[in-house]
Design a binder for this molecule. Sequence first.
Ligand SMILES: Nc1nc2c(ncn2[C@@H]2O[C@H](COP(=O)(O)OP(=O)(O)OP(=O)(O)O)[C@@H](O)[C@H]2O)c(=O)[nH]1
Ligand SMILES: [Mg+2]
Length: 209
Amino acid sequence: MADMIPGIVLAGGLSSRMGRDKAGIRLGGISLLDHAIRQLRPQVSTVAINANGPVVSAEGEGLAVFPDLDAARSGPLGGVAAGLDHARRHHPDARHVATVPTDSPFLPADLVARLHEAADAPDRIVVARSAHGLHPVFALWPVAVVDDLSAWLASGAVLRVRSFLHRHDAREVTFQPVETPAGPLDPFFNINTPDDLDAAERWLEVLKR
Ligand SMILES: Nc1nc2c(ncn2[C@@H]2O[C@H](COP(=O)(O)OP(=O)(O)OP(=O)(O)O)[C@@H](O)[C@H]2O)c(=O)[nH]1
Ligand SMILES: [Mg+2]
C-alpha cells in the first residue's frame, strides 16, 4: 500500500452510452463500482467515491462519497478536481491522490505503485498509458494542482486535456497488455456500451481459466 495516497473512484458520469448508471451495473455478479473499489483498496491509503447521484455499493459501505464541485459536469477531470478538494480537506498530509474510473474492472494491481515510482517531484502529475493511448483518468494527481485544475475546467478548455498535462510537464507510465488464453487484454479496457459489458463478461471468464 502506498503511504498516504488517497484513492478516488470516479463514478460521476452520465453513462449516456450505457443508458443506465454504470457504477451499479453488474459484471460477474459484482457491481462495477465494487470491482473498482476492490482493485483500488489494496493500492491506496483510503478510498472515496466521487458520484453525482445515489451510490449503492456493498464494498463501499462507510466510504466517503462526494459530488463534483459544481453542476457543470465538466467530465472526468471535474471528478478529479473534486477528489483533490476532498483530499485537501480530509487528508491534509496527502501530497498525491490516485484516481481510477468506475468502468474499468481489469485495472493493473500495480497501477498506483508504478505511477508513484515515476513521480520524481512532489508536484508531478503521472498518467497511465497503454497501447490504446493515454488514460488521464488513471493517474496520480498532486493535491497542489487543485486550484489550477479548477480554473482550467472553468475556462471551458475541457477538451484539451493534453495541453493541461503538457503545461504541468506530466510524466507517463506505460502498461503492457495482460496476456490471456484469448489474446492480449488492455488493462484499461473500459465499459461504455452494452456491447462492452458483454465483452467484459467474456474477458472475466477468460481470466478465470
Ligand atoms: N465526476 C465526474 N465524473 C465523470 C464525469 N464524466 C465522466 N465521469 C467519469 O469518468 C469515467 C470515464 O467517463 P466515461 O466512460 O465517458 O463515462 P460517462 O461519462 O459516464 O459515460 P458516457 O455518458 O457514455 O460518456 C467514468 O468513471 C465516469 O463516471 C463528470 O462530469 N463528472
Ligand atoms: Mg469510459
